[in-house]
Design a protein around this ligand. Structure first.
Ligand code: MIC
Ligand code: SF4
Length: 659
C-alpha cells in the first residue's frame, strides 16, 4: 500500500513507535523555531536541563510579538534571547525583522524536513512540504537538545482541492471555508494533507495562508506536496537548491477525505468572536467599519499587501475608517518600499507599521470601544485585540481593503461593480525576494557567548511528584472552547511578565474571573472544570505553568486541545475527561476528591478514576487518556523533573530513543 506524504516524512524521522493512528510515536526534529514570548522559557528550560548546544540542523530565535519594547522587561527578554541564541548556537532574528513564521518561511523552511516550534502557527511551512508542528516550550527545548518529539499518531485527512479560485476569492477564503465546515475543533487529532488538481493553482504564499489557518481547526498540522510552484518560490528566495520533490504515493490511503471545489469559493468573513463563525461577506455587508488591519502570519506577506496596494492605488480610504498595514516581515516591507508601493499605501491614508505580531495580540492599534475592526489575522477571540467586548472580523486582504475603501463591509465584487474601475488584483510574487539579511544573525556571527538575564527573568518553578491523594474545590467552572488567551491573556500589560511566572500567575484566568488567582492561592489545591476543547489556540505553556504555580492539581474537561493537553502533562497537572452529564452537574465550589490512589493509578495505567463530590453526595468517573511516557512525566511532577530524573539515572531524555 502506498504512503501519504505525512507518512513518508514521519517514516523518515521515526525513532519510536509505529505509524498506527492513535499510537504514540517519537520523531526526530530537523528544525526548531521559537519566538520572544515563549522563547525565554524555552531557553531557561534548555539551561535547566543542563543542555549546552543546539543539536538540530536549524534552530531559530525570532523576536516578533512585542517589538515596540514598551517596557524594559520586553527589551531585556530580547537581549536574553540574543544571548541564548549566541551561547547555545541558534540563529537570531532581531526585533522588527518580522514574524517568526514569515521569516522562517523566507529563510529556512524546506520540503521533507520536520520542524517543531513554540508557537501554534508553526505549521505554516507545510505550504512548502515541511512537516511542522506547534508545541509547548519545554517540548521545543528537549527537541533542540536532540530529543525526539512525541505525539499520538493523528488521522490523516486528504483535502482534495479542485478547480481554480474565481476573481476576488482567495486562499484565505479556502481556509475560512474549512473552518465553516469543520469548526475550531474539527481538526483535533488530525493532519490535513492537501492534494488534487487544484493544488497547482495555488502559489506557495497562498498555500502557507491555508496551512497557517489549519491551526484554527485544532489540527496537528497541514501540509502540501511540492511542485513547480514550490521550486519557483524557493528560487525567488535564492534557495532553489533546497527544493526536494515530495508528495503522496498515487495509491496512498487516507483516514478521511474532504473535497473543496475552489471555483465555488466566494469572499468570506469570520464574524466576532470565533474563527469558525464564518459567513459570506454579502451576508454582513453594510456593517460600518472603524478600523482595518492588513498583517499577521496569515496574510502579512508581500503577496498579501501588494493586492491591497493595487486596490488602493490612486484612491483614498473612507475618512471615518483607519487602516494599518503591519507587514509580516521586513523583507516584505523592504521590497514594497523599493517598488514604491509603500508610498501608494501611505498616500491612500494607510498607517505603515513595523513588521510585528503587535495588534494580533492587542499590542498597539487596540480598537476603540464599541467599534468594528476588520483584520486579515487568524484569531478573533473575544478581548484578544486588547479591549473586552471587541468586534473583530477576520477576512482576506481584498475584503479588508474593500472595507477600508467603503467604510463598511462589502463584497469586493460588489464594490468593483459600484466603482467600475476596480480590478481584481490577483496574486503576484516579486521577481526576486531580495530583502537584506542584516537582521538575521547566524550562529557563527553571534554577538554574545553567555546568558544575559535582566531582573525580570526568573527561574522556572518545579512541581513535586504527584500525590496519592488529590482533593480540593472546583475553583472555576468554564464553558466550551476556552482559549489559552482566556487562561493567560497576551496583551501588553500581561505579556511583559512572560519570564516572571510568579507575577504572570496573578493574571491567570482573569478574563473569565478576575478573583480566580487570589482564590486559587488561598485554597490548598483545587481543580478547574471546563467544557469541550479546553485550551485551544496558542501554544503558550504559561497556560499550564501558571495554574500549576497557583496550586491547581488538575483539569476536568469534556475534551482538551492537543498542545494544551501536552502542556498540562509537562507541568504535572492531571487532565481528566468527563461526560456531558457530569459536566452539567458539576458546580463551582463543589469539593472534589479522587478516591483512587492517584500517583499509583497514573503510573500503573489506570484509565478511570472515581471522584467523590461534596463528601460522597454523588460520584462520577473521570478518564485519563495518556501514554506510558506521559504517565511517567505526570507522576514525576512534570517534564522538567522527569527529564532531570532520567538524566540522574543516566538517560538525558534529550537523546533520540533507539527503538
Ligand atoms: C498567538 O497567536 O496566540 C501567539 C501569541 O502567537 C501564541 C504564542 C504565545 O502565546 O506566545 C501562539 O499562537 O502559540
Ligand atoms: Fe503573531 Fe498573531 Fe501569528 Fe500569533 S497568530 S504568531 S500573534 S501574527
Amino acid at each position: 500500500m502506498g504512503q501519504t506524504l505525512t507518512e513518508k516524512i514521519l517514516s523518515d524521522h521515526l525513532v519510536a513507535g509505529e505509524l498506527e493512528t492513535g499510537e504514540e510515536i517519537g520523531i526526530e526534529i530537523d528544525q526548531v523555531l521559537t519566538q520572544d514570548t515563549t522563547g525565554t522559557l524555552v531557553w531557561l528550560q534548555f539551561e535547566a536541563l543542563d543542555l549546552d548546544e543546539v543539536q538540530t540542523e536549524i534552530a531559530a530565535q525570532y523576536c516578533d510579538h512585542q517589538t515596540y519594547q514598551f517596557d524594559f522587561k520586553n527589551t531585556d527578554d530580547h537581549r536574553f534571547l540574543r544571548s541564548a541564541a549566541g551561547t547555545f548556537g541558534a540563529h537570531f532574528s532581531r526585533p522588527g525583522n518580522g514574524i517568526c513564521h514569515n521569516v522562517h518561511k523566507e529563510n529556512f523552511a524546506a520540503p521533507g524536513k520536520t520542524m517543531l516550534g513554540s508557537d501554534s502557527h508553526t505549521p505554516t511551512p507545510g505550504g512548502l512540504g515541511e512537516l511542522a508542528i506547534g508545541a509547548g516550550g519545554l517540548d521545543v527545548s528537549v527537541a533542540m537538545g536532540g530529543g525526539p518529539y512525541y505525539i499520538e499518531m493523528p488521522e490523516i485527512v486528504n483535502v482534495r482541492l479542485e478547480g481554480e479560485l474565481p476573481e476576488w476569492s482567495t486562499a484565505k477564503d479556502v481556509a475560512l471555508e474549512m473552518l465553516r465546515r469543520l469548526t475550531v475543533k474539527g481538526g483535533v487529532g488530525k493532519i490535513f494533507e492537501y492534494t488534487g488538481p487544484g493544488v497547482e493553482n495555488l502559489t506557495v504564499p497562498e498555500r502557507t495562508t491555508i496551512t497557517n489557518l489549519g491551526t484554527e481547526l485544532g489540527a496537528t498540522t497541514s501540509i502540501f506536496p511540492t511542485d513547480g510552484e514550490t521550486r519557483d518560490y524557493l528560487e525567488r528566495q535564492g534557495r532553489g537548491d533546497e527544493f526536494v520533490d515530495v508528495g503522496p504515493d498515487e495509491d496512498a490511503e487516507y483516514d478521511d477525505e474532504i473535497v473543496v471545489d475552489m471555483s465555488e469559493i466566494e469572499p468570506l468573513v469570520a464574524k466576532p468572536s470565533m474563527p469558525d463563525n464564518v459567513v459570506p461577506v454579502r451576508e454582513v455587508a453594510g456593517e460600518s467599519v472603524d478600523q482595518v488591519i492588513i498583517g499577521s502570519c496569515t496574510n502579512g506577506g508581500y503577496e498579501d499587501i501588494l493586492p491591497t496596494a493595487k486596490m488602493l492605488e490612486g484612491r483614498e480610504i473612507e475618512k471615518k475608517t483607519e487602516m494599518i498595514v503591519a507587514p509580516g516581515s521586513k523583507q516584505a516591507s523592504e521590497i514594497l518600499a523599493r517598488e514604491g508601493w509603500t508610498a501608494e499605501l501611505m498616500a491612500a491614508g494607510v498607517n505603515f507599521s513595523e513588521a510585528t505580531c503587535g495588534a494580533c495580540i492587542g499590542i498597539g492599534h487596540v480598537p476603540a470601544s464599541d467599534s468594528v475592526s476588520v483584520r486579515t489575522f487568524n484569531r478573533n477571540f473575544e478581548g484578544r485585540s486588547g479591549i473586552e467586548d471587541d468586534s473583530v472580523f477576520l477576512a482576506s486582504p481584498e475584503v479588508a481593503a474593500a472595507a477600508a475603501l467603503k467604510g463598511e463591509l462589502v463584497d469586493p465584487r460588489d464594490l468593483a461593480d459600484e466603482l467600475g474601475d476596480l480590478e481584481a488584483p490577483g496574486v503576484e510574487l516579486p521577481d526576486q525576494y531580495d530583502g537584506s539579511k542584516a537582521d538575521l544573525i547566524a550562529p557563527d556571527e553571534a554577538v554574545d557567548d553567555e546568558l544575559i538575564k535582566g531582573p525580570n527573568i526568573g527561574d522556572v518553578p518545579l512541581k513535586d511528584e504527584l500525590d496519592s491523594e488529590l482533593e480540593g474545590p472546583n475553583l472555576l467552572r468554564m464553558e466550551d472552547n476556552i482559549t489559552t488567551d482566556h487562561i493567560i491573556p497576551a496583551t501588553q500589560d500581561i505579556l511583559m511578565y512572560r519570564s516572571n511566572v510568579p507575577k504572570l500567575s496573578e493574571f491567570t484566568l482573569s478574563r473569565v474571573d478576575d478573583t480566580f488567582a487570589e482564590r486559587a492561592l488561598e485554597s490548598d489545591g483545587g481543580f478547574l472544570v471546563a467544557g469541550e476543547n479546553y485550551g485551544q489556540g496558542s501554544s503558550r505553556e504559561h497556560a499550564a505553568l501558571c495554574p500549576m504555580y497557583l496550586g491547581i492539581e488538575g483539569v476536568f474537561a469534556r475534551s482538551f486541545a492537543r498542545i494544551h493537553k501536552a502542556n498540562l502533562f509537562n507541568f504535572g497537572l492531571i487532565p481528566l475527561t468527563i461526560d456531558e452529564e457530569t459536566y452539567e452537574r458539576l458546580e463551582q465550589g463543589d469539593d472534589l476528591e479522587v478516591l483512587d490512589d492517584v500517583a499509583d493509578g497514573v503510573r500503573s495505567g489506570r484509565e478511570e478514576f472515581t471522584v467523590s463530590v461534596d463528601d460522597g453526595e454523588w460520584e462520577f468517573t473521570a478518564n485519563l487518556d495518556a501514554s506510558e511516557r506521559e504517565r511517567e512525566i505526570l507522576a514525576d511532577g512534570g517534564k522538567l523533573s522527569h527529564t532531570k530524573k532520567l538524566a540522574k539515572d543516566g538517560d538525558s531524555g534529550a537523546t533520540p530513543a533507539d527503538d
